[in-house]
Design a protein around this ligand. Structure first.
Ligand code: HMG
Length: 367
């Protein structure tokens, strides 16, 4: 292709289609509390958790990712041959070398002139994949083609680990192209510091966690990202302009703690912080409560919920956090197709179809 026959470089890029998928099983955290001899209120009130989505041996991270991708591509309506990038953020790697994107591409028969890869940075990996896709579009390198971005994970802790009630699973797929659902602002606000707050050494099945330290890292990252966004201006003006403020949701109480820290850093009193949380944050964590921590997918499940039904040009802020640690605050603006919120049917379908697991079945799933 000669330089002058190239498609024009787009001025805007963002989310053109969304597909979600939750796994076929779930267990209420009260059931886990009984199994572990804990007061259920510790999990429901102390951590703010409700249900843990669980996979089966037959339905794991590949199936989650493939189904979310299939739904997003079908909804997009474009030609799959126009997908020029598949970027998958995950920390549920199938292999140390072969990317999860290859499993997805195989099942969906996506091949040819496609850049296909996996991104790793704990729960932040999906956001990095999305950023790379948006930047690829805005650079002109995409040559008018679309990217398929995936965030998919199965989060399991060792049995009896304090993180166990926060477990979950889920996948979000986004076609990045024309911003018909949401424009992603090219400017974002990253913050990273090397830390061992949550990590999983090669060959180990479950993560190791320094729990209290991980909470501090998350809160510090949030404070720094929001401060960079506000940039010495009026926090009220900048944050009130957003219709919704979404966070990575390892467990809902974590998000409340981060909002308290961010609010205090702006000099807000407790009443103002509570109001901000209730109006802008809490409403888009309802899907998260039904699936638990889905690692890379967690933030994007919240963003998908926030965008559903949003009038054009309304703003959504999205705070991504991944242990290790890396964080980034993104700004999105609803496009004309956000109002219809077509992807909400994925969540309704999956929640209606899933089965409730009791302690005995949970035990057999873990063995
Ligand atoms: P824990 O040992 O259960 O903590 O572990 P706790 O004893 O501090 O209790 C938790 C809360 O329950 C406390 O509330 C208690 O007071 C309360 P707080 O004081 O914090 O507001 N509580 C009760 N409330 C009502 N009734 C009761 C009761 N008893 C106690 N009877 C911990 C908690 C979060 C550490 C654990 O679940 C864990 O290790 N989780 C995994 C790590 C994690 O999620 N960290 C979050 C930040 S890091 C992150 O987000 C990244 C991540 O997603 C991974 C990635 O990036 O890939 C995890």
């Amino acid at each position: 292709m000669s330089a002058n026959s190239r498609p024009p470089i787009p001025r805007d890029a963002g989310i053109a289609s969304i597909g979600l998928n939750f796994p076929p099983l779930a267990m209420p955290v009260e059931e886990l509390a009984r199994l572990r001899g804990q007061d259920p209120a510790k999990y429901t009130v102390g951590l703010g958790c409700q249900e843990m989505a669980l996979c089966t041996p037959e339905y794991g991270v590949v199936e989650l990712a493939v189904e979310a991708a299939r739904r997003a591509l079908e909804r997009w309506g474009g030609d799959p041959a126009d997908v020029g990038m598949i970027a998958v953020g995950t920390e549920t790697a199938m292999d140390m070398s072969r990317p999860l994107s290859a499993w997805v591409a195989e099942r969906l028969d996506l091949r040819g002139a496609v850049r296909s890869y996996e991104v790793k940075h704990a729960c932040y990996g999906g956001t990095l994949a999305l950023r790379q896709a948006v930047e690829w579009k805005l650079s002109g390198a995409s040559q008018g083609r679309a990217a398929l971005v995936l965030a998919a994970d199965v989060a399991l802790y060792a049995e009896g680990d304090p993180g166990e009630p926060t477990q979950g699973a889920g996948a979000v797929a986004m076609v990045v192209d024309e911003p018909s659902i949401a424009r992603v602002d090219p400017v974002s606000y990253p913050w990273s510091e090397p830390a061992f707050d949550f990590w999983r050494p090669v060959g180990e099945a479950y993560p190791r966690v320094d729990g209290a330290f991980s909470l501090d890292c998350y809160k510090r990252a949030a404070e720094n990202c929001f401060k960079a966004l506000v940039n010495g201006g009026s926090a009220e003006e900048v944050l009130e302009r957003a219709a919704a403020v979404c966070f990575h949701v390892p467990f809902p109480k974590m998000v409340k703690k981060a909002v308290v820290q961010v609010g205090r850093s702006f000099g807000w009193d407790e009443e103002r912080i509570d109001r901000f949380f209730a109006d802008k944050v809490e409403p888009s964590m309802q899907w998260n409560r039904r699936c638990g921590n889905a690692y890379t997918a967690s933030l994007w499940i919240s963003v998908a919920e926030a965008l559903r039904g949003l009038p054009r040009d309304e703003r959504v802020l999205a705070f991504s956090y991944g242990s290790g640690f890396g964080a980034e605050l993104l700004l999105l603006e609803a496009g004309p197709e956000a109002a219809a919120g077509a992807w909400a049917s994925d969540v309704e379908t999956d929640l209606a179809a899933r089965h409730r697991v009791d302690a005995a079945r949970y035990g057999s799933l873990r063995s």
